[in-house]
Design a protein around this ligand. Sequence first.
Ligand code: F6R
Length: 612
Amino acid sequence: MCGIVAYLGQKQAYPILIKGLKRLEYRGYDSAGVALVDSEMAVYKCKGKVSDLEAHANGKNINGTIGIGHTRWATHGEPNDANAHPHYSESKKLVIIHNGIIENYASLKKEMIKRGHTFLSDTDTEVLVHLIEDIQEKEKVDLFEALRMALNEVIGAYAIVVMSKDDPNKLIAAKKGSPMVIGIGKDDFYIASDATPIVEYTKNVVYLEDEEIALLDRNEELKIFNIKNQSKTPYIQELELQLEAIEKGGYEHFMLKEIYEQPKSILDSMRGRINAAQGIVSLGGISDYETKMINAKRFIIVACGTSWHAGLVAEYLIEEYARIPVEVEYASEFRYRNPILNEDDVVIAISQSGETADTLAAIELAKSKGATIIGICNVVGSSIARATHAGSYTHAGPEIGVASTKAFTAQVTVLTLLALSLGKKKGTIPHSKFAQILSELESVPSKIETLLKKDNQIEYISEIFKNATNFLYLGRGCSFPVALEGALKLKEISYIHAEGYPAAEMKHGPIALIDAEMPVVVIATKGPSYEKVVSNIQEVKARKGKIIAIVTEGDVTVKEMADYSIEIPETDESLVPLISVIPLQLLSYYIAVMRGCNVDQPRNLAKSVTVE
Ligand code: F6R
């Protein structure tokens, strides 16, 4: 979603803003803009990519050691030049960039139109900067105070930065519900939606808390207040993020790099948490809540998208090994249906970004009803990580490609550890099974390494099916969520319509779609439902559908029936999702590349969905 970058210091701001906006491109956006103050204030903005913005600003005055930049993901008003940020106030003395939604913008706008304001865009953001100036003039207060008063009037979520033409030594930033981080350099300041634009300049950062306002002055130290005007001491943290982690490192796309990183990211998710030889699994972050979890009446998993699919895998594992009933809910549905919750319920929120608005709202709702909330997040210090009672980080490292890959396998790894540790403590998993899965889990990274060596085989299959208009993905048991995930990956990045189904459900409807043009990807690995899946494949073959089967190494039966098959290393049935998802990620990657799609920034998608 929207990306924010701002700079105040001794260097030229424009190159820092442009580089920062490029680092934030992964979040998804449809227009971009910058504002700079030199002797005058200049605003350059346009629909399209940051490269379009560079072309637009080319040859114009881009000088200035203070500036703000933005990538916009359209909510209020279509993606066009006028709706792109920054937005001016009525007098054009102030400019603002904003991430989030001002929910009461319509009534505020109506009021200001009555008082003679004219608006140049359809955005809620423009209303906020008009309101700030309106208060400044009416109440005869300084910009900081006017902004503080305005924020007390708005309902909604925001991360904003405001700059004034009349005071090119100051930036004011504030946040509620949308993330914002401030980098403190030797003699300069950086502001961004996340640390990726900042990491190459400084490791000293302050994460703004909700309803905090930061005052950045060229000649002073960082000051922070809350919106009640109480002063707060900035908590300066050291960034752990490494620059290499957010660069492509020789890969053509971030998505491919992240697919290839999975042996390492899965290992990182397990590091220090298991010892197969001694039969130990421990998730330090939640150890204080383990008894609560073991005694819970049920778990409710809330998440969106790929994280929701990881939750579905966890449902199988937790019910099987810990014998605790699990419900998996779309966070967006859960939050609006007055769910029945009590103190014996444990809610597990899964999120890569830790910023997903629906998941955050589901957590707040569950908390208000007394449930215990456990977070499984990738981004350290994210809003969801902070909103939960306890949690485990997935340690997948920064995921830049919009389509989630390594975050999914890291989530499934941590959730597997959770199921095993609860099962062991409860005594619901036989000792031999526990030991077997644990030692299998340790070998998953090397099995994925082996599998990745076959990616030319997947590229070959992708070439054959790259022009298909529909795909069906089938799986049973914990391979069903993998089928959903495979279908989601394909539609996100290649724009081919794809659906995932439990294999047996096919005959209740989707079978009507099957003809000689329909590729059907079936996860048909060895396990208790293997024979059943074989029957489902027969049903597809009888209708001339084209089978692409994911099979266990050494398989004979399915390989003979399938049009194409990809062998994956054998593992315990409950760990198959960690391995079987890899060829599906690669299949969608290669198909998307062959169709000329923008793999890392698919159209209309955002990396962290901070609006509901
Ligand atoms: C799919 C994808 C999305 C996210 C979803 C939740 O590839 O990336 O479906 O999984 O938006 O995001 P997080 O996990 O950040 O809460």
